[in-house]
Design a protein around this ligand. Sequence first.
Ligand SMILES: Nc1ncnc2c1ncn2[C@@H]1O[C@H](COP(=O)(O)OP(=O)(O)OP(=O)(O)O)[C@@H](O)[C@H]1O
Ligand SMILES: Cc1ncc(CO)c(N)n1
Length: 266
Amino acid sequence: MTPPTALTIAGSDSGGGAGIQADLRTFFAHGVHGLVALTAVTVQNSLGVQGFTEIPADVVTAQIKAVASDMGVNAAKTGMLATAEIIRAVAKTLDEVEVGPLVVDPVAASMTGHALLREDALEAIRTELFPRATLITPNLDEVGLLTGISVSDPASQRAAAEALLEFGSRWVLVKGGHMTGSTCVDLLTDGREYVSLSGPRFETDNTHGGGDTMASAITSSLAKGASVPDAVAAGKKFIERCVAESYPLGAGVGPVSPFWVLPDRR
Ligand SMILES: Nc1ncnc2c1ncn2[C@@H]1O[C@H](COP(=O)(O)OP(=O)(O)OP(=O)(O)O)[C@@H](O)[C@H]1O
Ligand SMILES: Cc1ncc(CO)c(N)n1
């Protein structure tokens, strides 16, 4: 039987733990066929991002059109988009083809603080992509850059979510991975419904690719027809296991792992 399809519009991580590599292994773990529009090639390992080069915007557009016109896209997500030109091209293309629900992960920097967007491109994500998004999934650094709000507790997390909704997405998920405490609390809202997703914080430094894995897990469930609250709840459970089973690789930050879905890992 042909599985559902999900499209990732994102960059490559040579270290294999984030970017399209995280997306494809997450789609695979969900039994979803992954489609790719590559936006950039990063030179990256567990210690950080050494540099990147972007793909020409017309090639990004052509990749999206090629798969959408022939194979069909049940849901899509954006990750690293690199430049304002690529963001504008993606936004225009998404108006011309059918991709189902759209998850926009406003990736601005790697977890080691290296920029993955040129200059003011985050502003282009806000104005061009957020109004087209079913769901946006910023982490706390991105929330700060987008709203100026520094999230430190449930009240400021809610205020930030409400400020982000003003930018035009249907739903907002403010991820709490960067807060401190024994729990990791993410807040999902569409302005009417407020869902607080709380889980244990696992003691590990190996969280590379966590945001990408969370967003692509949500996209996988949306591709299968789940509602946004159900997809996010399933994504939260999925990423928890991936963080719990993350592994060291290289001298720096190791990746979260979806290998726990496999029946036999010897
Ligand atoms: N140590 C942890 N234990 C359990 N869950 C975690 C942990 N760190 C992050 N998470 C969860 O993982 C998901 C990703 O959150 P986070 O805020 O870290 O995203 P991110 O910063 O975009 O990820 P990345 O590390 O890829 O940049 C969230 O659901 C968050 O609650
Ligand atoms: C290519 C790429 N996309 C996203 C991230 C953020 O995790 C990263 N480190 N690298």
